[in-house]
Design a protein around this ligand. Structure first.
Ligand SMILES: Cc1cc2nc3c(=O)[nH]c(=O)nc-3n(C[C@H](O)[C@H](O)[C@H](O)COP(=O)(O)O)c2cc1C
Length: 377
């Protein structure tokens, strides 16, 4: 049954209209540099993440595993991760822990990508119901299965709620995450699956703290929609069409309160979006659904997509005069009014709002002084 669900996710995500909302990357603009004072060849897009060198800050997003088709998708993506020197998440490994005969569909990742950055994956509701002992065993087994360099635990309350056989069990999750952090000898990533992470949640996560937060914001693939299609109740999904924190805003919210690595995902659709995410405060970016669609077409389609992404990312570095990814983080960035209104209402202190707050401060104190002096007379 769980295998059937994995294949349905692949089929629906690759053939139906499952992208809703707006990740808001179009509302963000980087400032063109007419005098970059370097050649295009001087661009160095490499970064180091979790002790692995990446050719550019890109990780293939968490997708699948556990069935014949999923195994083929994982093998193709892993081969590309190895060839390009990029990272790769696998999909939730619960299926392989419950049905060991399916573990091969994850193992193909370590076979095809022996030196790439590999990230294991389990779901929060499932780990929340395990005894501490079983939890540690599960996580260690998931790591060994793909020789993972890091472990991701996904938070997916909306998906579980809309999933016909869902498990919306979120009590006790924070304690289990703390346990994983203590006993598992790998960096811990906490990720969403497409509805975003708020600054309040990032503050709660600070009590763990994880090594990375993957915001997986709203505006790309909608699991509310995928599960509603599976359940034949699309009208339920329509009501919650705009539910979630758009990716751009989630990056800003999380970066305002959290000091660790930030991974941007959810509706990132080209290398320019990825570069904007990094200029806003992320350290790396991922893409899921487009990788799945390409992997189903075959290896050449995946190569083409990654080559395109890498060129777009490097082009943006050149056009902002960013020799290294660290420079891109410092490049100026502006945003449109809806983005700014959200950030100001939420009191988010990030790169986009610092100037505004600095400019408002003297005006506000002048006004206060004026009111104060007037009332004195
Ligand atoms: C078919 C499919 C299966 C997915 N399975 C998982 C999963 O098992 N674990 C997980 O953490 N995220 C999973 N995701 C969520 C993605 O990792 C990502 O957060 C989300 O799709 C948003 O990114 P996108 O807009 O680039 O697709 C899945 C996404 C898709 C499309």
């Amino acid at each position: 049954m769980i295998g059937g669900r994995k294949d349905e996710h692949i089929r629906i995500a690759s053939s139906s209209d499952v992208e809703v909302g707006d990740s808001l990357f179009d509302g963000v603009q980087l400032i063109h540099n007419a005098l970059p004072e370097m050649d295009f060849n001087d661009v160095d897009s490499t970064i180091e993440l979790f002790n692995k060198r990446l050719s550019f800050p890109f990780i293939i997003g968490a997708l699948t595993g556990g069935t014949e088709t999923a195994g083929r998708v994982n093998a193709v993506l892993a081969k590309a991760a190895e060839e390009f020197g990029i990272g790769m998440y696998v999909g939730s490994q619960r299926i392989a822990l419950m049905k060991p005969e399916t573990a091969w569909s994850f193992r193909v990742v370590k076979d095809n990508a022996p030196s790439a950055l590999k990230i294991a994956n389990l779901g929060a509701p499932q780990v929340s119901r395990l005894s501490d002992r079983d939890l540690v065993d599960w996580v260690n087994e998931a790591v060994d299965m793909i020789n993972a360099d890091a472990v991701a635990i996904h938070l997916n309350p909306a998906q579980e709620l809309f999933q016909p056989e869902g498990e919306p069990w979120f009590s006790g999750v924070l304690g289990k995450l703390k346990l994983i952090r203590r006993v598992v000898n790998r960096p811990l990533i906490i990720k969403e699956v497409g509805n975003g992470v708020s600054m309040e949640v990032a503050r709660m996560l600070n009590s763990i703290p994880p090594d990375a937060i993957d915001v997986a914001g709203h505006g790309g693939t909608s699991f509310i929609r995928i599960e509603a299609i599976r359940g034949g109740e699309l009208s339920k999904a329509d009501v919650f069409r705009d539910w979630g924190i758009p990716t751009v805003l989630s990056i800003c919210e999380v970066s305002s309160v959290y000091d660790g690595v930030i991974i941007a995902s959810g509706g990132v659709r080209n290398g320019l979006d990825g570069a904007k995410a990094i200029a806003l405060g992320a350290d790396a970016f991922t893409m899921s659904r487009p990788m799945l669609v390409s992997a189903l077409k075959g290896y050449e389609a995946v190569r083409e997509l990654i080559n395109k992404l890498m060129w777009e990312f490097k082009a943006t570095m050149f056009l902002t005069g960013s020799r290294r990814v660290e420079d891109l983080k410092k490049t100026p960035v502006v945003a449109n009014l809806p983005i700014l209104l959200w950030l100001i209402q939420r009191g988010v202190k990030c790169k986009l709002t610092t100037n505004i707050y600095n400019q408002i401060k003297p005006i506000a104190s002048m006004l206060i002084n004026k009111v104060f002096n007037t009332t004195e007379h």
